[in-house]
Design a binder for this molecule. Structure first.
Ligand SMILES: Cc1ncc(COP(=O)(O)O)c(C=O)c1O
Length: 375
């Protein structure tokens, strides 16, 4: 949570709290130490290089979704650290480079596996499984939905022989705060694939769990220890959001305030384009300064021309005025990485904060914008 006394002089700005990152990695270190699993950071959540450098000593590698993510991860990791790729989008012209950069690839389909021609012999090949067990009522977040594009159907894996396959990858949940989905999914996989599992060298249990919010980690530790012992395999976890979400806030400033049909509108020097999931998934991000019991209702909106560029309606203890700071908290994952400069509004600066000290890590200016659109 940002300390209001140390807001940067200008906004909008993302502030990364290094202590919160440390807290997340301490929790992962505990899981790793107790269970013997390996930890990958899923860099799609936030591939900011300074963050990757802070995380590098605390992880066994990264999980990536593309050639660019793989190259970025490799530029920060040392050679003993792993890079696991899974994606529906492996291009023919990138196979050679991917197979030299990545250490593990989990194929998304049988066809992708059969069409992959690696140049490297060190690559360990796996399959992404669709266990056909859904835990979300929202199709958009459900890799096990009907006609899913993500992973081989568990029955397809059961029917085939895969000699050269060494691993299994699953990722079927989103922001889970308990482990029941994992336990049920593993039960199903073990009952369907009892002949296949003993031939494997590793299993990657994916991301999607908010590990810091899970009150009792013992069931996770127990299941990992059992899998390792029973099948003699390495077990990987690849969290993204768990590591970065709570560590980041977006500080904005009110630049206009007026009445619209009886409600107060406060225009911020930011927009939902700095946190596109607000619009994409109709989320209302948490505002530090708001108070559910407040008497002043305000609709916080972004600066762009989109009528729906609205963060939400919030209650405050006092009337909002031009110049007030508004900070959205818990916005580390899938925000900066999805941000855009629609309408020519700049990206927020990126700061770190550590022991009360702010440090500007990244500033974008007009030249960066011009470069994007230059011929
Ligand atoms: C294959 C895979 N692994 C890991 C993750 C990270 O998930 P999270 O950030 O929810 O932990 C994702 C997120 O979409 C994913 O698709």
């Amino acid at each position: 949570m940002p300390d209001k006394s140390i807001y940067p002089a200008t906004s909008p700005a993302f502030i990364i709290d290094k202590q919160a990152i440390q807290k997340a990695t301490d929790n992962l270190a505990y899981i790793r130490e107790k269970s013997g699993c390996r930890i990958l950071y899923s860099i799609k959540a936030l591939p900011f290089v300074p963050l990757l450098k802070w995380l590098q000593p605390h992880v066994d590698g990264c999980s990536v979704s593309s050639l660019f993510e793989a190259k970025l991860a490799r530029s920060v990791l040392n050679l003993s650290q792993s890079i696991h790729l899974t994606t529906p989008g492996i291009r023919q012209d990138e196979q050679a480079e991917l197979s030299t950069i990545c250490t593990h690839i989990s194929f998304n389909s049988l066809s992708q596996k059969n069409n992959f021609h690696e140049v490297s012999t060190h690559l360990s090949k796996g399959l992404r499984i669709n266990p056909k067990l859904s835990f979300s009522s929202d199709n958009r977040f459900d890799p096990c939905r009907l006609h899913s594009k993500l992973g081989l159907n568990i029955e397809e894996i059961q029917r085939n022989d895969f000699n050269e396959i060494e691993g299994l990858h699953l990722h079927t949940v989103f922001s889970q705060q308990d482990l029941s989905a994992l336990i049920k999914t593993l039960d199903k996989i073990e009952s369907y694939l009892s002949d296949f599992l003993p031939s494997l060298k590793w299993v990657n249990l994916g991301g999607g769990y908010l590990l810091q919010d899970i009150a009792d980690l013992e069931p996770l530790i127990t299941v990992i220890l059992r899998l390792r012992k029973q099948y003699q395999i390495d077990v990987y976890l690849e969290p993204g959001k768990d590591i970065v979400n709570k560590a980041v806030s977006l500080v904005t400033t009110v630049i206009d305030c007026f009445d619209s049909d009886g409600k107060t509108i406060a225009v911020l020097d930011s927009s939902i384009n700095h946190n596109p999931e607000v619009f994409e998934f109709q989320r209302t991000p948490t505002v530090l300064e708001a108070d559910e019991k407040g008497n002043f209702s305000v609709i916080l909106v972004g600066s762009t021309c989109l009528a729906g560029d609205i963060f939400g309606e919030y209650l405050f203890n006092q009337a909002i005025q031009i110049g007030d700071k508004i900070s959205f908290i818990n916005v580390g994952a899938y925000t900066m990485v999805k941000a855009n400069r629609f309408n020519g509004y700049n990206f927020p600066d990126i700061y770190s904060v550590e022991q009360g000290e702010l440090k500007c890590l990244k500033h974008y200016d007009y030249d960066n914008y011009r470069q994007q659109w230059d011929d």
